[in-house]
Write a protein that binds this ligand. Structure first.
Ligand code: AMP
Length: 309
């Protein structure tokens, strides 16, 4: 087997808010695309969503909604180990053990994230530039533990996703789509009706001189539409830009591509959402598969530390 087939990759998504186009193009699509060439694990990080004030019922609903969206987008639970973090208690146990041993002075949230990664003997963590420091902290904790208690954890590497789309807010293309500062009209919800998607894209801010060039710093509006279009249909924003004649053309092509991507996703979501028992069952089976791996890691860590394991 080649290295890529067996490399273990882990992605955690916080199940809060409404899933939007940025998450689909920046995180879910690469995950779906890579799931057959890597040993992929994906979990919904509901324990990370507890630090912000939250409504218990809403958390439950959005967790199930995010799970349904991921399955509708093509995540294959037979291939990817897919589960909800709180259903695998080993996350909490390893977090506690690391807090007691290797993470002195670190804030709790990044230590839980380090535990999530180390629990799976993860070799690669696909992350954007902004998340690299988190992986660096995980490496630090793992190396400190290994030095003190003997080789126990795999030290993970951060990797850049194969499609590194960075989707910006349509109304304010200098902030990322979905950030708290971004606006309702600037984010496309994955379950938005087609007319709303069309309206949002028709009002997307562009520059005014009619020039189509991919230059995110100088031309954030046009570049964002090119980036979205490229991530939907394949190819690079620069190549795609050369084939377009004007802003009308760019908007039409982007709208068509986004509707083409979201149509089937929405249809599959509606089918799956009629059977929440099935989605819960998929998650329960995923948690079971995850536990068979993570229990082993916790056992190794406990034995290394010296508690009776
Ligand atoms: P978050 O919900 O912000 O934790 O993001 C979940 C995943 O989606 C992370 O991998 C982010 O990098 C990715 N993501 C979120 N927003 C965007 C965006 N506007 N463009 C590209 N990727 C994004």
């Amino acid at each position: 087997m080649t290295r890529t087939v067996t490399t273990r990759r882990l992605t955690g998504l916080k199940p809060t808010g409404e899933p939007h186009l940025g998450i689909l193009l920046g995180a879910i699509q690469p995950m779906v695309r890579d799931q057959y060439t890597s040993d992929a694990t994906v979990f919904l990080a509901d324990l990370h969503a507890l630090t912000a004030a939250h409504e218990p019922r809403t958390l439950r609903e959005t967790t199930l909604r995010h799970a349904t969206v991921l399955l509708a987008a093509g995540l294959d639970p037979d291939r990817t180990v897919f589960y909800v973090q709180s259903q695998v208690p080993d996350h909490a146990e390893l977090h506690f053990l690391l807090e007691r041993t290797a993470a002195r002075g670190r804030a709790a949230y990044p230590v839980l994230q380090a535990s999530d990664i180390l629990l799976h003997d993860t070799a690669e963590v696909p992350v954007g530039a902004d998340q690299r420091p988190r992986v660096a902290l995980t490496r630090d904790i793992a190396m400190r533990f290994n030095q003190r208690y003997g080789p126990t954890f795999v030290v993970p590497e951060p990797v850049t996703p194969t499609v590194a789309a960075r989707v910006m807010d349509l109304a304010n293309p200098t902030v990322k789509m979905g950030q708290t500062t971004s606006s309702a009209s600037g984010a496309i919800g994955l379950l938005d009706p087609p007319a709303l998607v069309t309206r949002k894209l028709s009002r997307a801010v562009t520059e005014t001189d009619g020039i189509i060039a991919y230059d995110p710093a100088a031309r954030p509006g046009v570049s964002n539409l090119l980036e979205i279009l490229a991530a939907c249909v394949g190819g690079t924003p620069v190549e795609i830009g050369t084939a377009l004649r004007g802003y009308g053309d760019l908007r039409r092509a982007t709208t068509e591509a986004v509707l083409g991507l979201l149509g089937p996703l929405r249809a599959r979501f509606e089918t799956l959402a009629r059977d929440p028992g099935y989605v819960r069952q998929v998650l329960a089976e995923g948690a079971e598969r995850a536990r068979s791996r993570t229990a082993e890691t916790v056992f190794r860590a406990k034995r290394a530390i010296g508690v009776l394991a």
